[in-house]
Design a protein around this ligand. Structure first.
Ligand SMILES: NC(=O)c1ccc[n+]([C@@H]2O[C@H](COP(=O)([O-])OP(=O)(O)OC[C@H]3O[C@@H](n4cnc5c(N)ncnc54)[C@H](O)[C@@H]3O)[C@@H](O)[C@H]2O)c1
Length: 304
């Protein structure tokens, strides 16, 4: 018995890297898996490859159940069809793992409109599109009186949560996904659907040649802290029935450690002395109290 027996999952971008690892782990835990991947290059260019079929073959060889889907997650109609096809193939849908991704890095002052739009389309719109259609399906099922245990598992990133130079398009999309996760959790709780996001670190095509995760130490016994599969146990956990109470969270996976992330919090308050709205003059004193001392001479701007 696997902890996901009888569950049906869709994994976007499931042909490579983190998505492939999630597909294999979900299938090993007993889920039937729809492996979505359109076979894009790291910048979103078409390659003619079909990694989704390769992963389906791997799962089938291991005795699991899987089918391929080659749609782009940025395609509104195709994501709606993906839900319908999944239900037609396996009879139900329980888990959506929004993982597909591309990068088009550039400093923001040089970034083109096309570079910004392409990254937002795959990450933010793609995550929204599949989530929206899955949630409509679960809401209908709940209204029919069926027991729903829906799971949205999104993929955010340290870039979106903490920042990273040269990735304003990607970071904006990933921060948007973290926010979308909270909103999905709020709106779907009443229908039996949870929404959480993972923030993984892994050696994949996307991070090739970068220092991502270089600070993570290799463990005893050859443990690889940048193995994409390190994040997949968390995905399987979030998909299972035991995780039905956890929603609206962002979980950070650093090698063999799970980090609980907390979002924006008010960490200091300065009430105006007059009881009226804070004036710019009063803020000259108030802001350093909240944010720490102003730089010497209150200089502003580089080179001043
Ligand atoms: N690797 C890391 O350290 C890291 C860190 C934080 C977040 N992430 C996120 O994890 C996810 C997976 O990244 P990865 O590192 O495995 O990259 P990857 O390039 O190995 O895999 C991404 C997959 O997404 C697919 N894809 C791209 N555009 C698609 C589209 N429009 N529709 C369907 N599939 C599409 C690609 O074909 C590819 O197989 C991404 O969302 C990425 O932003 C990765």
């Amino acid at each position: 018995m696997g902890i996901l027996d009888d569950k049906v999952a869709i994994v976007t971008g499931g042909g490579r890297g983190l998505g492939r690892a999630h597909c294999l782990a979900l299938a090993e835990a007993g889920a039937a898996v729809v492996v979505n991947d359109l076979g894009a290059g790291v910048h979103g260019e078409r390659t003619g490859d079909s990694p989704a079929d390769d992963v389906v073959a791997e799962i089938t060889k291991l005795g699991g159940r899987a089918v391929a889907n080659h749609a782009s997650v940025g395609d509104w109609g195709a994501t709606e069809t993906m839900i319908a096809d999944t239900v037609a193939e396996f009879g139900r849908l329980d888990v959506v793992v929004n993982n597909a991704g591309i990068v088009r890095d550039r400093m923001l002052f040089s970034m083109t409109e096309a570079e910004f739009d392409a990254v937002i389309a795959v990450h933010l719109k793609g995550t929204f599109a599949l989530t929206r259609h899955a949630c409509a399906y679960w809401r209908e099922a709940a209204k029919r009186g069926e027991r729903v245990a829906g799971r949205i598992i999104n993929t955010t990133s340290g870039t979106g949560l903490f920042g990273n130079q040269g990735q304003s398009n990607y970071g904006a999309a990933k921060a948007g996904i973290a926010g979308l996760t909270i909103l999905t959790a709020l709106e779907m709780r009443r229908y039996g659907v949870t929404a959480n996001a993972i923030s993984p670190i892994a050696a994949t095509r996307m991070t090739e040649g970068l220092e991502v995760g270089a600070e993570l130490e290799a463990g005893a016994g050859g443990f690889d802290p940048r193995d994409p599969a390190n994040a997949s146990g968390v995905v399987v956990y979030l998909a299972c029935d035991d995780a039905s109470w956890l929603t609206g969270q962002v979980l950070r996976i650093e090698g063999n450690r799970l980090g609980r992330l907390q979002g924006w919090t008010v960490s200091g308050v300065y009430p105006s002395r007059s009881g009226e709205a804070l004036t710019p003059e009063e803020l000259i004193d108030a802001v350093p109290v909240l944010y720490g001392a102003a730089p010497a001479g209150r200089a502003t701007g580089v080179g001043q």
